[in-house]
Design a protein around this ligand. Structure first.
Ligand code: ATP
Length: 217
């Protein structure tokens, strides 16, 4: 058993949330979802799994930020938040990132764990198109983060899943990339630690970016 498993693992396996994403970049909506799902379901921790090569976004017009840069942003965002952990499992595996493979690898690393696959409602809507989705359903409990008062998409009828309400934050990585490019404010949408990584690594046409709050105060 890995040394980071909690003491309670003797009575039951750890409950591990698996929250996958491109995280290009990671934003407050991702983090709010991860901490709230962890709290509501009593998970020991949530892994923020950085996609190496997300097949769903292969047709997107814009190039993807390199995986190691996206991982560095996730590590910075998670910082020392209790119960959240950046995961490079898909980067280490290499190639196209399929959730079924990721869950098999995590099951191998944590044989006693109960796995919970956390999905935003947009991801839940696309679930039926996923590669080897029946395998995914067999390896983890599906958890859909829904937004209060919203008519969110859920998995198809009959698919077992848990819905967890999380605060609605209308932020997306797509919008953030546009903000970086044209210099609109990023304050509170992305943590200062993430902005620091972006500046350090010169991501997202950062030369055009307005000074972040931390640099002006
Ligand atoms: P993009 O705009 O590039 O498509 P994104 O903001 O949707 O990116 P992803 O990395 O693709 O971010 O998403 C990872 C996971 O986070 C998915 O399950 C997605 O549904 C969820 N998610 C994305 N944005 C939010 C948000 N604002 N609140 C809660 N969950 C979100």
């Amino acid at each position: 058993m890995p040394k980071d498993e909690p003491a309670t693992a003797a009575s039951r396996g750890p409950r591990i949330g698996v929250f996958g994403g491109t995280f290009d970049p990671i934003h407050v909506g991702h983090l709010v979802t991860a901490v709230n799902v962890r709290h509501v379901l009593g998970l020991d921790r949530v892994l923020l799994v950085v996609a190496n090569d997300p097949w769903q976004k292969q047709k997107a017009d814009l190039p993807l930020t390199p995986a190691l840069d996206r991982l560095a942003m996730v590590e910075a965002a998670v910082g020392d938040v209790v119960g959240l952990q950046a995961s490079d499992v898909e980067i280490v595996s290499g190639g196209v990132s399929y959730t079924a493979d990721t869950l098999v690898t995590l099951r191998h690393h944590h044989p006693a764990a109960e796995l919970f696959l956390i999905l935003g409602s947009d991801a839940a809507a696309g679930l039926p198109t996923w590669e080897r989705v029946d395998e995914v359903r067999g390896l983890a409990t599906l958890v859909v983060a829904t937004r209060p008062g919203a008519d969110d998409a859920t998995p198809p009828a009959g698919w077992e899943h848990q819905a967890v309400e999380v605060p609605r934050l209308e932020v997306s990585s797509t919008d953030l990339r546009a903000r970086f490019a044209d210099g609109r404010p990023l304050d509170w949408l992305v943590s200062d630690a993430v902005v620091h990584v972006i500046r350090q690594r010169n991501l997202y046409a950062v030369h055009q970016m307005a000074s972040p709050r931390s640099a002006t105060s």
